[in-house]
Design a protein around this ligand. Structure first.
Ligand code: GLC
Length: 501
C-alpha cells in the first residue's frame, strides 16, 4: 500500500477557497492560512485545481504557461511556502495538470497558428474541411453540442478543441509534445509536489483517423467516447516520469468514461495511473439497488486488474451532493459515511464538510461557459457577511451562508462539520476502513450493508436508503457512529447510516 491508497483527498477550488489579498478571488496565500483548518478537519492530501497562468476562459483549465503561477493566485514563492508548510503538517499536495489542451494564448499555439509551416504547427490537431466543405468530423462538445472544430482564418485550417475554442487540443502523437509536457511535470516534481490530478487524461490519445462518432451517440458529446489504445502508451511514459523521483509521487486521472470496467483499464498493469476517478457515483440515484450495482461493478472491475478504486460525490463540475440529496440532513451525513467507508480512496470537495448546497446564480452573475458556477460558490468562513471575504466575491454565496459557515458550525457539536470530522477520525482509527477488504455486500428492504475486514477486525456499515425505519442485527457489537438521531439502538431511521464494530 502506498500513501494515496489510505489518504483522504480534499479538493480545493482556489478561486473560491480563501482570499488573502482582498481582490475577491481566492489565492495560494489563502490556502496557506487555512492549513490549520484542514489538519483540524482530518484530511490527508490536498488537490488544488489549476493555479497556472491562464486567460481564465475555463477558469484555469486553459493554461498559457504550465511552469508558473497566475498572478491572481500569487507567485511561485507563495506556492513553495504553501507546499513546505503543508508538508510540515503532514499534508500532501497534488496539482491539477491539464495535458489534453492548452489555452489559445499559450506560446505554442500562438506559434502554431502563425502559419502552416510554423515550428509548433504539428503540436496541435489541424485538418482541412472535407471535400464537400463540411467539418473534418462530427465530434461535438459535451458542454454545448457545438462542433469541436474552429476554422483559423489566418492559417486556413480547422483546429480541434474538445472543449471551448479557447482550448485547442494538443497533438500527443507528436513526441515533442509528450517530451515538453513531461518537462512540465518535472518542473513541479523538482519543487517537491506529491503528484498530479490529470485532467481528462483519457482524451490525450486520439485515433489518428479521427473517425466520426456514431450518430446515435452524438447527444453525449465526444469526450466520454474517446477511449483509444495509444493513450495507454502515453500513460506508461508519464508513469516513468513520476518514477524518476523518490518519495512515491502519484497520479490520479480524470478518466471521464462513465464505465467502471473501462476506467479500471487505465491503471494498466500497475504501470499507468496510480488512481483513476470513477464518475458514475456522481450520477447514481440515492437508491439501495443503484448503489449496490455501482459498488459491485466497481469492486469487480478493479479487483480483476488489482487496481484500487476511488470514490467521489462532489467536485467543481457537478451539482453538490447535498443538493442532489434535496438538502436532507440525515442523508447528507449518510453520504459522508458511504464516501468514507467504501473500499478505495475518497475525494471530497471543499464545502462538502459543511453540507453546502449548490448556489443559485442570478443571470447577471453567471461566468462559467459550462453552467457550473452553482457548485463553485465561495466558502463561507465567518457567520457575518461577507463571510471572511473582503466584500462581494467573484461568485455569489450559496443560500444561508450564515448557517452553513465554518464559524457557525464549529460552535455546534451537532453540525455537518463536526460530523464529517468524526467520520474522518473514525476512518483514521480503523485500519479495516482504510485498507480492509470489502465483503458481504447485500441489500434488503432498501437497506444496503457491507463489511470491511482487516487483521481479524470487522467493521460493518448499514445505509438505509428507504423511508421506513429498519431493525439491524449488530450481533452483539456496538455502534461507532450514526448519521441520524437514534430512535432505538438497533433501529435504523429512514435515511440513516451506521458504522458498527
Ligand atoms: C475537466 C475539468 C473541467 C474542465 C475540463 C476541460 O473535465 O474538471 O473543469 O472544464 O476538464 O479542461
Amino acid at each position: 500500500m502506498k500513501w494515496w491508497h489510505e489518504a483522504v483527498f480534499y479538493q480545493i477550488y482556489p478561486r473560491s477557497f480563501f482570499d488573502a489579498n482582498g481582490d475577491g478571488v481566492g489565492d495560494i496565500e489563502g490556502i496557506r492560512t487555512q492549513l490549520d483548518y484542514l489538519t483540524w478537519l482530518g484530511v490527508d492530501a490536498l488537490w488544488i485545481s489549476p493555479i497556472f497562468p491562464s486567460p481564465m476562459a475555463d477558469f484555469g483549465y486553459d493554461v498559457s504557461d504550465y511552469c508558473n503561477v497566475d498572478p491572481v493566485f500569487g507567485t511561485l514563492e507563495d506556492f513553495d511556502r504553501l507546499l513546505s508548510e503543508a508538508h510540515d503538517r503532514g499534508l500532501r499536495v497534488i496539482l491539477d495538470w491539464v495535458p489534453n489542451h492548452t489555452s489559445q494564448e499559450h506560446p505554442w499555439f500562438r506559434d502554431a497558428r502563425s502559419s502552416q509551416d510554423s515550428e509548433h504547427r504539428d503540436w496541435y490537431i489541424w485538418r482541412d474541411a472535407r471535400s464537400d466543405g463540411s467539418l473534418p468530423n462530427n465530434w461535438l462538445s459535451s458542454w454545448n453540442n457545438e462542433p469541436d472544430w474552429t476554422f483559423d482564418e489566418g492559417s486556413g485550417q480547422y483546429y480541434l478543441h474538445c472543449f471551448l475554442p479557447e482550448q485547442p487540443d494538443l497533438n500527443w502523437a507528436n513526441v515533442r509534445v509528450r517530451e515538453a509536457m513531461a518537462d512540465t511535470l518535472r518542473f513541479w516534481l523538482d519543487r517537491g509536489i506529491d503528484g498530479f490530478r490529470m485532467d481528462v487524461i483519457h482524451l490525450v490519445g486520439k485515433d489518428p483517423d479521427l473517425p466520426n462518432d456514431p450518430d446515435d451517440l452524438l447527444f453525449v458529446g465526444h469526450v466520454p467516447l474517446n477511449d483509444v489504445p495509444v493513450t495507454h502508451d502515453y500513460l506508461r511514459e508519464l508513469r516513468r516520469v513520476l518514477e524518476e523521483y523518490p518519495d512515491d509521487r502519484m497520479s490520479v486521472g480524470e478518466v471521464y468514461l462513465l464505465d467502471p470496467e473501462a476506467v479500471a483499464t487505465y491503471y494498466g498493469d500497475q504501470d499507468e495511473l496510480d488512481l483513476s476517478f470513477n464518475f458514475l457515483s456522481l450520477l447514481t440515484p440515492w437508491r439501495a439497488e443503484a448503489w449496490r450495482d455501482l459498488i459491485t461493478r466497481t469492486e469487480n472491475a478493479h479487483l480483476n486488474v488489482d487496481a484500487w478504486p476511488t470514490w467521489v460525490l462532489s467536485n467543481h463540475d457537478n451539482q453538490r451532493v447535498a443538493s442532489r440529496l434535496g438538502g436532507d440532513p440525515v442523508k447528507i451525513r449518510s453520504s459522508a459515511i458511504l464516501l468514507l467507508t467504501l473500499r478505495g480512496t475518497p475525494f471530497m470537495y471543499q464545502g462538502e464538510e459543511l453540507g453546502l448546497l449548490n448556489g443559485e446564480i442570478p443571470e447577471d452573475r453567471v461566468v462559467d461557459p459550462g453552467s457550473r458556477d452553482g457548485c463553485r460558490t465561495p466558502m463561507p468562513w465567518t457567520s457575518d457577511y461577507p463571510h471572511g471575504w473582503w466584500g462581494e466575491p467573484w461568485l455569489p454565496f450559496a443560500a444561508d451562508s450564515v448557517g452553513y459557515s465554518v464559524e457557525t458550525q464549529i460552535d455546534d457539536d451537532e453540525s455537518y462539520l463536526h460530523f464529517f470530522r468524526s467520520v474522518l477520525a473514525l476512518r483514521r482509527s480503523q485500519p479495516a476502513l482504510r485498507r480492509g477488504t470489502f465483503e458481504n455486500l447485500n441489500v434488503e428492504s432498501h437497506v444496503l450493508r457491507f463489511d470491511r475486514c482487516a487483521g481479524g477486525d470487522v467493521v460493518s456499515v448499514w445505509v438505509n436508503f428507504g423511508r421506513e425505519a429498519c431493525a439491524i442485527d449488530m450481533q452483539g457489537r456496538s455502534i461507532l457512529l450514526r448519521s441520524g438521531g437514534a430512535i432505538d439502538e438497533a433501529l435504523l431511521a429512514p435515511g440513516e447510516a451506521v458504522v458498527v464494530a
